[in-house]
Every structure is written in structure tokens, then in C-alpha cells.
Design a protein around this ligand. Structure first.
Ligand SMILES: O=C(O)CCC(=O)C(=O)O
Ligand SMILES: [Fe+2]
Length: 209
């Protein structure tokens, strides 16, 4: 018998109830843990995040480097920590959902993909240096319905998630067995038609703010 490793999010059943929202679990992979979640953000919150981000978009930069890279062809921006009341509310809900204190949260990132833009397969955790306070989990929230394409794809698992406004995909990579972490390799498939907007929350192992 194989022993299942401890996960960060331990929810069973079909929902996660936070202080201000009931989030529905509509799909789950056990190991590595991947959850497909509905009603993470209201449509009004999605629209607000897009509005606030629009004016501040710039071509995506990868990780800590300041080179514009081919790994990601989308545009991005980061909110300031606790930038306004809505951001505070969303950040607290996300932290509760991800079962990690908000102090471990990186600033919320917004990405916009236009037709043909994509995010090539990558790990969200840092594979060199930085492992003292590495990332441990990710929540990718879909801020709009994409006309065609733009799926989040896990190539090692041959598993894809279709963007849906207000929904999200959650995954974690804080396992002892590095092979489980490596299975969280993921990509944003090219957008074929329309735009794709996502907000990404990365959590750190230790305090970050
Ligand atoms: O756009 C996506 O579907 C994935 C985004 C992503 O991988 C990230 O923000 O780290
Ligand atoms: Fe990612």
C-alpha cells in the first residue's frame, strides 16, 4: 500500500466555506492535489480586477529576472499588498481557501493573454536558489470566459482546465517526494479567440509581507 502525503488543503466534500463565500469543489485530483473550484470570485469582483489592472498592464516578466522572456507572452501587473478594500477582501478569502496566512502571500498578479499568447510549461516553485522561502501553492483564478483556447494544461498529467469566469484551479507542490511536485508542471495554452484574464496567487512557505 502506498501512503498518501499530507496536503495543505484538506477539504473533503463538495465545498469550502470561507467567511464570505461558499466555494464549490467541482473536480479533484488527489496527488498532487489539484482542485477545480467554482464561485471563488463573484462576476463583479472579476470585472473590478480587470478594470483596476487594465491601465497598469505591461509585457510579462518572468520570476525575478527583468528580461522579457519567451516563456510567457502575456501582459501582467501586480497589485500592491492590501491595495484597497476589495483587494483585502479577495486576499483574505484566498488565504482562507488556501489554508495559508495572508502574510505568506505574494502580491496578487493579473495576466492578460491576447490571441496567440500563451505561457509555456513551467513550475511555479523556484528550482534554483530561493528555496528557503520557496513557493508552495498556487491559485489561478479565471476573470473571464475565453472564447476559444487558453486552457491551463498539466502536460505530465495530461490534464486541462477550461477557463470559466469566477472559477479557479488550485494546486500545491510542498510534497516530500519531489516527483509529486514535478507533476505540477503546467502551461497556459495559446488563446485561439477572445482574451484571457487570470489572477494568480502564489503562497510562500514562510512570511513574505
Ligand atoms: O494562465 C494560466 O492558465 C496559467 C497561469 C500560470 O501558470 C501562472 O500564473 O503561474
Ligand atoms: Fe504557473
Amino acid at each position: 500500500m502506498t501512503i498518501k502525503e499530507q496536503t495543505i488543503v484538506t477539504s473533503t466534500g463538495n465545498k469550502i466555506v470561507t467567511k464570505d463565500k461558499e466555494i464549490r469543489i467541482v473536480g479533484k485530483m488527489d496527488e498532487p492535489l489539484i482542485l477545480i473550484l467554482e464561485d471563488v470570485l463573484s462576476h463583479a469582483e472579476c470585472d473590478l480586477l480587470i478594470d483596476l489592472a487594465t491601465a497598469r498592464m505591461q509585457r510579462a516578466k518572468i520570476g525575478n529576472s527583468h528580461d522579457v522572456s519567451d516563456v510567457r507572452t502575456s501582459s501582467s501587473m501586480f497589485f500592491e499588498e492590501s491595495e484597497n478594500e476589495s483587494i483585502v477582501q479577495v486576499e483574505s478569502r484566498i488565504a482562507e481557501l488556501m489554508n495559508i496566512p495572508v502574510a505568506h502571500a505574494e502580491p496578487l498578479q493579473v495576466l492578460r493573454y491576447q490571441p496567440g499568447e500563451q505561457y509555456h510549461p513551467h513550475f511555479d516553485y523556484f528550482t534554483k536558489g530561493n528555496d528557503v522561502n520557496n513557493r508552495i501553492s498556487t491559485l489561478v483564478m479565471y476573470l473571464n470566459d475565453v472564447e476559444e483556447g487558453g486552457e491551463t494544461y498539466f502536460p505530465s498529467l495530461r490534464f486541462s482546465v477550461t477557463p470559466k469566469k469566477g472559477s479557479a484551479v488550485y494546486f500545491e507542490y510542498f510534497y516530500n517526494d519531489p516527483r509529486l511536485n514535478e507533476l505540477t508542471l503546467h502551461a497556459g495554452h495559446p488563446v485561439a479567440a477572445g482574451e484571457k484574464w487570470v489572477a494568480t496567487q502564489w503562497m510562500r512557505r514562510q512570511r513574505y509581507r
